[in-house]
Design a protein around this ligand. Structure first.
Ligand SMILES: [Zn+2]
Length: 55
């Protein structure tokens, strides 16, 4: 099963989004200014649709 992933803007670490939605839901209700905490560097940063991808 694919996961909604995001790449940390600070350390480039790739991690699964805290909010998991499927690809259909992503197209209609993509995350916008969604705050994620990076497990690599603990930075709390806001991410938008373009920052997310499925893997
Ligand atoms: Zn990071």
């Amino acid at each position: 099963m694919t996961k909604l992933m995001v790449r940390c803007k600070n350390c480039k670490f790739k991690f699964p989004s805290f909010t998991q939605i499927n690809e259909v839901a992503f197209e209609t209700a993509a995350p916008n200014n969604n705050v994620e905490e990076c497990p690599g560097c603990s930075e709390m940063l806001a991410y938008s649709k373009k920052d997310y991808f499925f893997e």
